[in-house]
Design a protein around this ligand. Structure first.
Ligand SMILES: [Zn+2]
Length: 426
């Protein structure tokens, strides 16, 4: 099927301008006669972006398909405008060898609606004691991570960095020092003190980042920090970059838009790391503005309704995010003047793709990975509209502007709003 989408506002090479997007045989291909297209669709009033890329999602298959599957997770990604996502390895089996990765690769081949690229683990079973089969995994995985757990022993991280560097792969670190957790489950701040909850101190995150940066100095390994949430983490990474270390990091929409004064006694406000203080939130926003923070990931982490129904103390950690990230950030950071739209697209697309080698731009002869938004459509966050099996989000009822109308991945329609489906005769 050959498509011509015309009269749109198109984001190309870092800026928006009026234009069209033509797709022939699944790749971008301009300069063809109008008669060669099977479908010509006007996107007047809509904006075309290269597909977003999320380097941190949990699709729960294999092992926990009652929470999410490759199919439902990738459909949720498409509904959020994403065409490439990287799946974290806290699965059963954990992908610590090619044999244990195979069930996920098969599910991806069978069911993925967008590009799904798995992580391999750093250590066997993410247990932190024996390094995984990094060399045999390398051709199949985007990078190595023990996400969900910090690697507690510095000497294990040191060895893993040496082996990852030799393979030209990144170490992607969930930084969490277990010895500092003391049973905490929300931020160790004013809300925890006022409501009698056990807190997680900021040092449990930044202390392990500081340790790892020293190991990066020694090994020269490419290193990426997951979901940073504290002001100290921002300062450490800013300094490491100034030193010239090969370091990048991500944060998530909930750390940029919430602080612990906004917590409620509800499991949908619980994730790891926790929502921190106003000062942390401000430092993260400054980090996003000045480039210290390279990308925004969602840490999309679905659980069942029951698993999220036990309040702050008893619920499992994790919230969904793929279907709300762009509308939330566009509405509450771009329309409020805190970020430009161009910077937001860099954070959600250009920079993660570059760092993780994911490809996907609106360039000639490249696979057609793009998304179309109506930036004027306004609504409020409603989990009943999600394609994810997960429903738990702290943003229920938040006003948002920006609605995904169409997402195409690898030249195939991965998500389509009914209004466009009609025009496409789908
Ligand atoms: Zn994590």
């Amino acid at each position: 099927m050959n498509y011509l989408f015309e009269n749109a506002n198109v984001y190309r090479n870092g800026r928006l301008s009026e234009g069209s997007v033509s797709i022939c045989g699944g790749v971008f291909h301009s300069g063809r006669a109008r008669t060669s297209f099977d479908r010509i669709i006007s996107l007047k009033g809509y904006t075309v972006f290269p597909g977003f890329a999320d380097v941190h999602v949990h699709f729960r298959e294999p092992g926990f398909s009652y929470k999410e599957t490759i199919r439902t997770g990738s459909l949720a990604a498409a509904h959020g405008g994403y065409t490439a996502v990287c799946t974290m390895p806290n699965l059963n089996p954990a992908p610590d060898s090619v044999e244990n990765l195979r069930p996920q690769l098969e599910a991806i081949r069978r069911d993925a609606a967008v590009h799904v690229i798995p992580y391999g683990t750093i250590t066997a079973g993410e247990k932190g004691t024996v390094i995984a089969e990094l060399e045999e995994l390398a051709p199949y995985v985007v990078a190595f991570s023990d996400d969900g757990h910090g690697v507690q022993r510095g000497e294990i991280m040191h060895q893993a960095m040496l082996r990852a560097k030799a393979l030209g792969k990144l170490i992607v670190a969930h930084c969490e020092d277990n010895s500092l957790l003391r049973g905490g489950y929300i931020h160790d701040g004013a809300y925890a003190a006022a409501h009698g909850h056990r807190g997680i101190c900021s040092e449990s995150e930044w202390g392990q980042i500081a340790r790892d940066l020293e190991l990066v100095r020694e090994t020269g390994c490419g290193y990426h920090v997951c979901h940073i949430s504290t002001k100290e983490s921002v300062a450490l990474i800013r300094q490491a970059k100034a030193e010239g270390l090969d370091v990048t990091c991500e944060t998530c929409p909930h750390y940029l838009l919430l602080d612990d004064s906004m917590l409620q006694e509800d499991g949908r406000f619980k994730m790891n790391p926790p929502i921190r203080s106003k000062a942390d939130q401000a430092a993260l926003l400054a980090g996003v503005q000045d480039g210290t923070i390279d990308m925004i990931a969602t840490d999309h982490a679905p659980h069942t309704i029951e698993e999220k129904s036990r309040g702050l103390a008893g619920s499992l950690m994790g919230v969904v995010g793929l279907e709300t990230a762009f509308p939330l950030l566009y509405t509450h950071l771009v329309l409020t003047g805190k970020l430009t739209l161009e910077r937001l697209v860099e954070l959600m697309c250009d920079d993660p793709r570059r760092r993780f080698g994911l490809g996907g731009t609106l360039q000639e002869d490249r696979p057609a990975d793009f998304t179309v938004f109506d930036l004027n459509a306004a609504c409020s966050v409603d989990p009943d509209t999600f394609l994810s099996m997960g429903r738990s989000t702290p943003f229920v009822g938040w006003p948002v502007q920006g609605k995904c109308m169409l997402t195409m991945a690898n030249g195939h329609i991965a998500y389509c709003d009914p209004a466009i489906a009609k025009e496409l005769d789908l």
